[in-house]
Structure formats: C-alpha cells, structure tokens
Ligand binder design. Sequence first.
Ligand code: NAD
Ligand code: MG
Length: 399
Amino acid sequence: MTVSSPLKVSVLGATGSIGRSTLDVLARHPERYRLHAVTAQRSREALRDLCLAWSPARAVIGSAADAEWLRAELGAAGHVATEVSSGEQALIEVAGDPDADVVMAAIVGAAGLLPTLAAVEAGKRVLLANKEALVMSGSLFMQAVARAGATLLPIDSEHNAIYQCLPMQHRGGLERLGVSRLLLTASGGPFREWASADLAEVTPAQACAHPNWSMGQKISVDSATLMNKGLELIEACWLFDATPAQVEVVVHPQSIVHSMVGYSDGSVLAQLGNPDMRTPIAYGLAWPERIDAGVAALDLFTVGRLDFEPPDEQRFPCLRLARQAMAAGGTAPAVLNAANEVAVQAFLAGRLSFPGIARVVAATLEALEVHAADSLDVIMCEDARARRTAEALLQQRSG
Ligand code: NAD
Ligand code: MG
C-alpha cells in the first residue's frame, strides 16, 4: 500500500534507547513518516542534533535554561523550523498535540505517566514502551484508552510478541479466544547463574551490562533484579485483561522467543526474532502492515538451541513482590513502582546494595496501606508517599 501523506510521529523520550531506535526505523521510511515532535529531559546536545537533522515542528526539554540554550543553538545554525518549549506542562501539551497521528511513549519511569495519558486522551495511536505508566494507573489508563478510542500498541518486546500471537480482535477476555495462559519470557538477566551470596557484591556497571539487550540504565537494573519481569507481568494483566495466575514467567536465556500464547487445544504460539527493539517498534509504527526494521533475519542455525527454565524467586524476590502487588490491587503497583525507582537510583548512586533494592521495595509495600486507585490524584499522592517512605528507609539503612 502506498501512503498518500506521511503519518506525523511524536517521540517522547527521543534521546533514550527506545527513542533512538524509533528514529532509526523512521529514517528507513521517509515516505511513510514525518517526525513531528521530540522531547528529552536533560540531553540538550542530543536534542539539538535531532532538531537539526530532522526539523521536527516541536521540541520539549526539561528546564527553561536548557530551552533557552537550545533556541540559541538552533538560531545560530539558522534553524527556525522547530518551536522549543520546556517543562512538564509543555510535555503534556505536546503529547496530546492534535497535529500528531502517532505518539511513541518512551520516557522512563513515572515521569511518563501524565504525558502518555495525554496522548491516550487525545485518541492517538500510542506506542507504549513506558511500562511504568501502565503499572501505576492500569485501570484508569485502560478506561482512558477505551473512552478516547486510542489505539494502544505494546512496544515492550514480550507484550508485542503476545499481541502478535493473539487474534487481531482480542478485546473482551482471554477465555473467549480459547487462551489458557500467556507465557512471558525473561532472559534472567546477567546474574541468572550467580549464587545468592555473590549478589551482594554486584556493581552498577555489572548490573547495566545486559547479556542480550542494550537498554537505558533503569530498565537494565530492573532486568537484573527481575523487577522488569514483575512490572511486565502487571503490564500484561492490564493490556490483555489477564489475571496474574494466567501469566507464567519462563526464563529463556537466549532472548529469541519474545513470548508465547498458550491455547486451550494445547497449541502454543510464539513470536521469535533477534533481540532488537526495532522489530516491535516497526510493528507498532506500521500496524497492521509490516515494514523493514533494519533487523537482520533470524538465523536459527547460529542460535542453535533454545533453553527454558523456571524463574528463581528466592534469589530474585522482585518478581514475587510484583505478583503480590498486583494481587493486592489498587495503589499497590504504583507503590511498588515508586519504591523501585527510588531504590534503583540509590543502587546506581552507590547508596544501596543490589539485594537492597528488593528489601527497600518490600519494606515500602509493607509500610503503606492500599487505597483504591480510582483517581490520578490518589495515584500521584501514593507515588509521592512511597518515594518518601523508600527514601526514609534508605536513610535508616545508611544511618
Ligand atoms: P533511557 O533512559 O535510555 O531514555 C529515557 C528517555 O526519557 C530519555 O529521552 C530522557 O531524556 C527521557 N526522560 C528521562 N527522565 C525524564 C523526565 N523526568 N521527564 C521527561 N523525560 C524524561 O530509557 P529507555 O531504555 O529508552 O526506556 C524507556 C522506556 O521504555 C522505559 O519505560 C523502559 O522500561 C521501556 N522499555 C525499554 C526497552 C529498551 O530496550 N530500552 C525495552 C522495553 C521497554
Ligand atoms: Mg520487555
């Protein structure tokens, strides 16, 4: 099919790992897509280079001072095509910009919630990489998708795989489709084979060196603790209207099978590919068509073998904590997410050991009451409370 006018794409978190992979796919299809807006928090040089290379209509950066710097740099280069703004309100406004058709939600962490929701509420095609937004606000988020008639396409490779293994029209319950379970694959992270005792010595550099995927720091640490799989379990429940019991985690160290769907007749459908996020990104951009993603064809003879094993929740308790938070419901997943963000930052800053991440999350969950997550105000308030609680726990541990 030829597309008459290019789709306008906004990339929230354009300077990050997913943002850069998205631009790589867009660059392969200039006739199909035009970059409408780009955003970043602090990487002003990278954002300047993107503006000069792509001439998006809009760019948003975290601080007013950086926006000033960016305007001056673009002005000096004779580049006037891009309107530069700053701050959270500008980010939310650009996310819902009526001129854009597609929004890639690739901000990391809770900071992505309001912008991603703004894109949903504006009825966009939303490519969801920012799993934390859905984990925090699952019920409200999915209601907003339905109300606004937005098209939500999962970019997380596992959820993208499951989406591809489900019938096209999969709204309205897994049972009706004959689905018995969702099999979420996990690489197991860099410490899959480490003894418990050795995990106390893990450094941030070791935790960020993922064996199969090259990703931002936060998700790399989450992959190492298996909190990433915990967040993804919650994400799968909301995206596919599944119960936690219907989602089985399978450790698959090669990261070639990106996830699977089990049906009641015994069939298991899987999506395979090289571990490269450009595949799910291209799927989301072109859906329901397919386009070249720049990813090499999978060579099964080089892969040779595919291994599967159960996760070890003793050594990696974050997966269990996420399951418990989802079962508790309400604001518990938002608390889990916020405590994890604080703990991961502390670990990266050398203030907390690797096993300490799970301990801080567990203690924060234990300390806070679960509320009904029936408004954004409640969710944001509990997010802030969880951050304060986790921070206080960190102070106690170091004091
Ligand atoms: P990253 O750290 O590489 O990039 C994050 C982007 O968000 C950057 O552009 C940064 O400027 C922006 N950002 C950071 N803090 C912000 C704030 N407070 N306000 C506004 N913008 C902010 O992260 P990433 O690895 O690209 O991951 C992005 C999201 O995609 C995460 O939610 C992650 O879980 C998810 N994801 C990533 C991968 C991957 O392969 N990297 C795979 C699956 C899902
Ligand atoms: Mg994933």
